[in-house]
Design a protein around this ligand. Sequence first.
Ligand code: CO8
Length: 260
Amino acid sequence: MSQELVSLEKRGPTTLITINRPKALNALNQNVLVALKEALDLADADPSVRGVIITGAGGRAFVAGADIAEMVDFDGVSSEPFAQAGFDAMRAAELCRKPVIAAVSGFALGGGMELALACDFIFATPESKFGQPEVKLGVTPGFGGTQRLARLVGRNKAKDLIFSGRIIDTEEAVKIGLVDRVVHADELLSTALGYLDDVARMGPMAVAEAKRVINDGTDLPLKEGLEMEKEAFCGLFDSADQKEGMQAFLTKRAPDFKGK
Ligand code: CO8
């Protein structure tokens, strides 16, 4: 993995993934996208990891978008591997069986906002800025913005942001349901780490299943989503974690979950 572009650090039960191109405001080029997917896959596969934070180096930007210098000469065919690398990296965040928080300090624009949208939560500072400015460059969002943004904030609000390409501040981003938590920049990481420390005390299989059923089930008709939930719920009764969690409650002690 290109350690210099994407760094990985273990902080207690959490993997901190930092996109590290601060001079280009952490713009996503193909190498960053590949390294990001690798980092997320590693975190997903490691049972000692119970949560993930993605952030950007330098404080000025989470990610200011896909790398415009790398894309400028693409045509319809040569753009495909880049689009696929973005698709794969964003899907890796979405499919990761641990909660993933985007810790956004500064700009989250274009592909940067799309990366944040693929995470489970967006924690931001009062100074963060969000937007899908792709139409200013003559393209649409290409890493999931039309789909994930519309599902999160509604079709018309997504159209407003995407058609106008306007940049919004954290206050508006909270109002439309894009940002989950606002904290001062110097407390951004510690707040995200603290949240994931709390989740790490829960049953990991239960958290993973809840994430999967919410992500996949809410795109289905209600009846099918409810069936999916029922299957996941019953399936967890075959786990040692369910026995441990319920026995711990009944014997008034803290559970010791093994993720099995
Ligand atoms: N790509 C490449 N370089 C970038 C990017 C970017 N997205 N954003 C910033 N940079 C670079 C600048 O070129 C500059 O480099 P240099 O110092 O060498 O000139 C450096 O970062 C600092 O940027 P600025 O000097 O522009 O800093 P400002 O504070 O003046 O402005 C902004 C900050 C407002 C964030 C400004 O940099 C900006 O508008 N950036 C571009 C934002 C944007 O349009 N993002 C969307 C990109 S398109 C996209 O993400 C599509 C995703 C799907 C792709 C699918 C592909 C098939």
